[in-house]
Write a protein that binds this ligand. Structure first.
Ligand SMILES: Cc1cc2nc3c(=O)[nH]c(=O)nc-3n(C[C@H](O)[C@H](O)[C@H](O)COP(=O)(O)OP(=O)(O)OC[C@H]3O[C@@H](n4cnc5c(N)ncnc54)[C@H](O)[C@@H]3O)c2cc1C
Length: 304
């Protein structure tokens, strides 16, 4: 279907974009347009004004934060995330997740902000951002606020964004020494949506193989990525061995009821969530013990 006629503006700075979004009822930000334009073409939703934010310089940068974290502008594309030397240097897994999203055309246009603001439960970036404990920085004409990634995703295509607000950047905390991240997805076909997905971050104690801190985010078991407090509690204090991690992950997604559909039963999805959690945590352990951001071990994870 063709796109219906719609008004379009391309503000030249962030302040102007925020002002238009505040002033015009029915205005919506347009980033990569990969999802929004399809939604409009299919008449699933309509907007009165598209506010193109994709070229705003303020939203296109990746900066190092003073502590060694990253501040990623909302309109940074997946390809830019993947190719960024800063991302590769300290947050390899984040770059690797972006590198494996769909195909090159999607990676050239799709943005970290669009991927998060859409809050599609099948999207790749939300779970890794939750596991990395990222912070979403929001702005409107009158206020600035920050929301933890784990609180930002509210439901199926729903976020903490309020009317007139833009996500301007995503701050990812530093990866301390002896910490690592991992990401694992189960795909039933090369171009299918993931059936189960997990992202993990762990910290090992100095000199030993004891896990001292852990974050595990599961996706596809609920409408939003969820931190698994049960698994995290079992990981902390455990030895970072395959057997101990498998045991900790055996309770993943407890109390959740993933959907039952033609692709797989709820029970199968739960089992696969446990397998993905184990794989993601073991990748994180590999990174942490490698003493760097684990480029080789993360690469073994394959397509995101
Ligand atoms: C064929 C195809 C395959 C795909 N496969 C994958 C895949 O495997 N994995 C994956 O993760 N994604 C996939 N996607 C989705 C794609 O990554 C989209 O680009 C993404 O979901 C939305 O990003 P966007 O920058 O295109 O945002 P847009 O489509 O421009 O916007 C999406 C929504 O977010 C809002 N928005 C955008 N930016 C902001 C902001 N800064 N502040 C506030 N609101 C904002 C828009 O108003 C809109 O409601 C696929 C898309 C297509 C078309």
């Amino acid at each position: 279907m063709l796109l219906e006629e719609v008004e379009y503006v391309r503000p030249t700075n962030l302040e102007d974009a925020l002002a238009v979004l505040a002033d015009v009822d029915g205005a919506a930000p347009l980033a990569g347009g990969q999802s929004l334009v399809n939604v409009l073409k299919n008449r699933v939703a309509s907007v009165d004004l598209l506010v193109d934010i994709s070229r705003l310089a303020e939203l296109r940068t990746i900066k190092r934060t003073p502590g060694g974290g990253l501040d990623v502008g909302a309109c940074v594309t997946y390809d830019e995330l993947d190719r960024s030397p800063l991302v590769r240097e300290s947050h390899f897994t984040l770059g690797e997740v972006a590198a494996h999203i769909e195909d090159q055309q999607i990676r050239n246009k799709g943005t970290i902000g669009g991927n998060c603001c859409l809050s599609d439960p099948t999207n790749n970036l939300p779970p890794i951002l939750v596991a990395l404990d990222a912070v979403m920085n929001l702005r409107s004409t009158s206020a600035r606020r920050s929301v933890q990634a784990a609180e930002f995703f509210k439901g199926y295509f729903a976020t903490a964004l309020e009317s007139g607000e833009l996500l301007v950047s995503v701050t990812v905390p530093p990866m301390p020494a002896r910490s690592g991240a991992g990401y694992a997805s189960l795909l039933v076909a090369a171009d299918a949506k993931a059936m189960a997905r997990a992202a993990a971050w762990i910290q090992l104690g100095t000199g030993g193989l004891t896990i001292t801190s852990a974050r595990v985010a599961l996706a596809r078991v609920a409408n939003v990525p969820v931190r698994d407090a049960g698994v995290e509690a079992r990981l902390v204090g455990a030895e970072a061995s395959d057997a101990a991690v498998r045991d900790a992950c055996s309770v993943a997604a407890e109390g959740l009821r993933p959907i039952d559909d033609v692709h797989g039963s709820s029970h199968y999805r739960l089992e696969m969530a446990r397998v993905m959690a184990h794989r993601a945590v073991m990748q994180a352990v590999d990174q942490a013990t490698a003493g760097r951001n684990g480029s080789e071990s993360a690469r073994r994870g394959g397509r995101a």
